[in-house]
Design a protein around this ligand. Structure first.
Ligand SMILES: [Fe+2]
Ligand SMILES: [Fe+2]
Length: 300
């Protein structure tokens, strides 16, 4: 009963031709674009296409049972960026292992991108699973003895400085219904937002999952053993304690210069062994870095 997963996040790819509309020029995307071009955010991701090419090779060849992508595929949630990111990650490539993916706040940067479900369309092969009725999230997928459960925590925000997320009561009610229907085995949530930061505190007000405490409580009651996410661009692990009924792992950004890396998880029964692989620009390859292990809280 061993399952091997690769977890990567926050690749923040963009496209050469974005496909601007007049509405974009007058709205949040134009200030976001200036932020990327003029204020340095773009330069932190200038190697992202090259790193993703190497990442994709690892994903295809290292014997993973399943891939886990925790969102922020793009910079501004344009259809063109979404298509580019899905193509570069090999979402439609039948030789790649199957994947599960959730959107990040940058993938629903404006309301229009969220409403037309641009992320869900581009990442459709990584959005397959058991659902409650015809609601899109959450959905669950069994890999070996493990359940991977996609929870959408990203939503479009009006203000440029608002990078908050929310799961919402309706989705939490469906999470209860969905998890009650699953058979035994570790339940692992894949979502964009963390519950807690490395210091065991919630994120700052304009960056956090707004309903983090409620999500933590309901997910705990649903028997979730592990919460996999991104959003924070540095990686970390928060083991469970009295205030957190499950473990929380942040993969960080897989492509941001000098923070680049991804995680390899081997889950044997209820024991998770993790290997962090870090990009080496000189070698043009990922190399083994940190190891850590977690006993997943045993829940039915
Ligand atoms: Fe991000
Ligand atoms: Fe994010």
């Amino acid at each position: 009963m061993t399952v091997r997963l690769a977890h990567f996040s926050d690749v923040h790819l963009t496209a050469r031709r974005l496909g601007w509309t007049m509405r974009d020029m007058l709205g949040k995307r134009s200030t976001g674009w200036m932020n990327i071009r003029l204020l340095g955010r773009g330069s932190r991701f200038k190697h992202a296409p090259a790193v993703v090419e190497v990442l994709r090779r690892d994903l295809a060849t290292r014997g993973y049972d399943h891939l886990v992508f925790s969102g922020d595929a793009t910079m501004l949630g344009f259809d063109s960026e979404m298509a580019e990111a899905a193509a570069r990650l090999g979402v439609n490539d039948p030789t790649m292992p199957p994947g599960i993916a959730v959107p990040g706040n940058h993938d629903v940067y404006v309301g229009a991108a969220a409403r037309k479900q641009a992320f869900e369309a581009a990442f459709a092969p990584w959005q397959q699973g058991q659902r409650v009725g015809d609601s899109f999230y959450p959905f669950a997928r069994k890999v070996g003895h493990v359940w991977l459960i996609a929870v959408n925590s990203a939503r479009a925000n009006f203000w440029l400085w608002d990078a908050t997320g929310r799961v919402g009561e309706a989705q939490l009610a469906r999470l209860r219904e969905l998890t009650a229907s699953l058979d035994a085995g570790p339940k692992i949530v894949v979502s964009h937002y963390p519950i807690l930061m490395a210091n065991r505190k919630p994120e700052p007000r304009w960056h956090r999952l707004r309903d983090w405490a409620r999500v933590r409580d309901v997910a705990g009651q649903c028997g979730v053993s592990l919460w996999l996410h991104g959003h924070k661009h540095s990686w970390y692990v928060v083991p469970p304690d009295a205030n957190l009924p499950f473990a929380d792992i942040c993969a960080g950004s897989s492509t941001q210069t000098k923070r680049w890396g991804y995680h390899e998880y081997t889950i044997d029964g209820w024991t998770l062994n993790a290997l962090r692989r870090v990009y080496d620009p000189t070698a043009g390859a990922f190399a083994d870095a940190d190891h850590f292990a977690l006993e997943l809280p045993l829940k039915a």
